[in-house]
Structures are given as structure tokens and as C-alpha cells.
Design a protein around this ligand. Structure first.
Ligand code: 5GP
Length: 202
């Protein structure tokens, strides 16, 4: 059978919805999936490692990447730049590898324009109270930043209709099973794979 391109899976949703946790667990359970490491101008949080969690860059360097059209998408989120470097993503997909992006909504909408065959999945928290509790529990942001993130989250929930799938992140194992089911279903789509039956194209 003809080798098909890899899937581009875009996971987004409000800050605190638990995208990061779901993404890590999915990567652990599906090792063939490649995580696209983003670039950001925000400072590293304790425990975050350069090149694994993010490529941490100065504003000037990030802006040079924007001007050089080296980013598949980029956005400003709560006073910092975030973006997806093109090179590794395009190469992996063309080589048949599935790639996952964990990005905010403005970036996801840019990817949708450039790459509509991506799989766009929106992660939502079970309620706004849970969302607020999760962001507070993380304990990595000041109250001012938390309030900004919560306000952004409420705005972001309005974009769910732009996505192909929505997954409520109540219990992590259940949500991860849903993500794995989405991957399996997408791989079975006829339009993604020319179907050949005993050597005859149908
Ligand atoms: P955090 O600062 O909590 O790591 O990320 C803040 C937001 O930026 C999250 O919603 C996260 O998904 C998003 N984000 C991370 N990397 C990228 C990226 O490359 N592009 C865009 N557009 N958003 C990103």
C-alpha cells in the first residue's frame, strides 16, 4: 500500500485544561508520536528543560524567526510569544511520522489555514471552577497572571466549534483513551489512505 503522510495532531484548549498532562500521557502510551517542541519568550518554570519543554528565546530572536517565515504558526499569549518551528514538523510528516502540537487557539487557527488536513482537538476542563483550581494548584504564576489566564480561558472556550473533536478532561485515563481513539479513527479515514484491494485501486 502507498505510504501516507503522518498525521498532524493539534491539541489546544484553555490554559489549565490539562493539555500538557494529556499530551505527556499520550506520548508515553504512543511512543511513535513525535512532540513538536515550541519556541517561547517566556522564562522557564522550575524543572523545564531547554529543547525538551520549549526552546527558550529572547524576543529579538523570536521576531527574527517570524520575519524569516520560519514558524508554522505563532501567537502572543499573556505578554509572551509562542510558536512552532516549521522545519522539524514538515520533515516528520512527509516522512510518515505523526506529530502532535500543543498550542493555543490563535496558533491552531493559523495551522488550520495552512494545513486543513490536520486533526484539530479541543481539550476542555469539566468546569470553570476546576480550571481555576488547577491553575492555582500549579503555583507557578502570580495572582495577576492567573487572573489574566482565566479571563483568556473563558474567551477561548468560545472557539470550540473551529475544531474537529472535543475532549472533556475530567479523568486523565479516560481523556487519553479518547485521544487514542481519535488517532485510530483518523488513520482509518479513506481520504487519508488510497485503498488498494488485492492490487486493484478502488
Ligand atoms: P505555558 O506558558 O503554560 O507553557 O503555555 C501557554 C499557552 O501557550 C498554552 O495554551 C500552550 O498550549 C500555548 N503554546 C505552547 N506552545 C505554543 C506554540 O508553539 N504556539 C502557540 N500558538 N501556542 C503555544
Amino acid at each position: 500500500m502507498e505510504k501516507s503522510h503522518g498525521l498532524l495532531i493539534v491539541l489546544s484548549g484553555p490554559s489549565g485544561a490539562g493539555k500538557g498532562t494529556l499530551c505527556q500521557e499520550l506520548l508515553r502510551q504512543v511512543p511513535a508520536l513525535k512532540y513538536s517542541v515550541s519556541m517561547t519568550t517566556r522564562s522557564p518554570r522550575p524543572g523545564e528543560v531547554e529543547g525538551i519543554h520549549y526552546f527558550f528565546r529572547q524576543k529579538e530572536e523570536f521576531e527574527a524567526m517570524i520575519n524569516g517565515d520560519e514558524l508554522l504558526e505563532w501567537a502572543q499569549f499573556c505578554d509572551n510569544y509562542y510558536g512552532t518551528p516549521c522545519f522539524a514538523v514538515e520533515q516528520a510528516i512527509q516522512g510518515g511520522q505523526d506529530v502532535i502540537l500543543e498550542i493555543e487557539i490563535q496558533g491552531a487557527l493559523q495551522v488550520k489555514k495552512r494545513f486543513p488536513q490536520g486533526v484539530f482537538t479541543f481539550i476542555v476542563p469539566p468546569s470553570l471552577d476546576v480550571l481555576s483550581e488547577r491553575i492555582h494548584k500549579r503555583g507557578t504564576e502570580s495572582e495577576e497572571v492567573i487572573q489574566k489566564r482565566l479571563a483568556t480561558a473563558i474567551e477561548e472556550l468560545g472557539y470550540v466549534s473551529e475544531y474537529d473533536y472535543v475532549v472533556i478532561n475530567d479523568e486523565v485515563p479516560v481523556a487519553v483513551d479518547k485521544l487514542k481513539s481519535i488517532l485510530i479513527a483518523e488513520k482509518c479515514r479513506v481520504k487519508r489512505k488510497p485503498f488498494v484491494f488485492k492490487g486493484e485501486s478502488i
